[in-house]
Design a protein around this ligand. Structure first.
Ligand code: AMP
Ligand code: ZN
Ligand code: FE
Ligand code: FE
Length: 283
């Protein structure tokens, strides 16, 4: 069993990279990919812990790219975490977040909510701050009854405390993933909010022209129909197939690493597929 979509405290997950690696090991996983949002800060620790406990850890990340009206996330696998262009692009994204967070706090304050950036920083555990950490503080302070309510009432796109954040285009995101020797994969296509198969097909073909190599077919929020649609698309265009739970260690009732809500169990052959593609691209 493998899980190729996981978050740690480096972004908005709850477990530190070491805790996540140990948890995956305990659950009997053969390989994991750590794919934090817009950051690789958890990878050094995660890779070292993987070596220590004997679990294969794939260095990855998840980039939020420009897209409307839905959201587009791109996964990068087997990235070189010391690549200068990658590091420069990620630094830029960190700066964009650093500028956005005080604006979210200010908007919440203007809505009569008592919240400080310090409280949000504490909720983040020292890693990158994102909206889930604002949601957590809103929940802890009793302004909302659930994590989801915090997003619906305040934080989601279009809600009163939403603040736009600078993103790179899909093309640029794929470019710097590839430059860093990574394999770029379109994450959870169902969040793109496209109209049916042919719109997705058009987009995927266009992104393949920019260097996209795969598609995340297996994902807890994909329906059986979506899974089969994405699989058909991948097979038709010779794209790699990946999958993962997007486990954050919180929320999302009953979701667990490796198995999702019980239905997942992805074979190691998925990792072998990525590795074969990697060998091809190094010629
Ligand atoms: P940020 O990095 O600040 O843009 O926050 C992105 C994260 O917020 C995502 O990875 C999700 O975990 C969470 N998120 C985004 N939109 C929603 C939503 N509508 N409902 C619940 N969680 C969301
Ligand atoms: Zn997240
Ligand atoms: Fe995502
Ligand atoms: Fe994710």
């Amino acid at each position: 069993m493998v899980d190729l979509h996981l978050h740690t405290t480096a972004s908005d997950g709850v477990m530190t990279p070491s805790e996540l690696v140990n948890y995956a090991k305990k659950k009997g996983l053969l390989a994991i990919a750590i794919t934090d949002h817009d950051t690789i800060e958890g990878l050094e620790e995660g890779l070292a812990e993987g070596e220590k406990v004997g679990l294969e850890v794939i260095p990855g990340l998840e980039i939020s790219a420009e897209h409307s009206p839905g959201s587009m996330h791109l996964l990068g696998f087997f990235i070189d975490i010391y690549h200068p262009l990658l590091r420069e692009r990620l630094q830029y994204l960190q700066k964009a977040r650093a500028e956005r967070n005080p604006k979210i706090a200010k908007k919440l304050n203007s809505l009569g909510i008592d919240i400080t950036l310090d409280e949000v920083l504490r909720a983040s555990g020292g890693g990158q701050i994102g909206r889930p950490h604002f949601a957590q503080v809103l929940l802890e302070k009793g302004y909302v009854q659930s994590f989801q309510e915090a997003f619906d009432r305040f934080l989601k796109k279009g809600a009163p405390a939403y603040v736009e954040k600078m993103r790179f285009s899909a093309e640029e995101s794929i470019h710097f993933i590839n430059e860093a020797n990574g394999i770029a994969v379109l994450a959870h296509p169902n969040t793109l909010q496209l109209n049916g198969y042919s719109e997705l097909e058009d987009l995927v073909v266009q992104l393949m022209g920019k260097g996209l190599r795969g598609i995340e077919v297996y994902y807890p929020e994909h329906s059986a129909a979506e899974v089969s649609q994405y699989k058909t698309l991948a097979e038709r265009y010779g794209l790699l197939i990946t999958g993962g739970t997007d486990y954050h260690g919180i929320e999302k009732n009953g979701l667990d690493i490796g198995v999702g809500r019980g239905e997942m169990k992805l074979p190691y052959s998925i990792v072998e597929g990525l590795k074969a593609a990697r060998r091809q691209s190094s010629f």
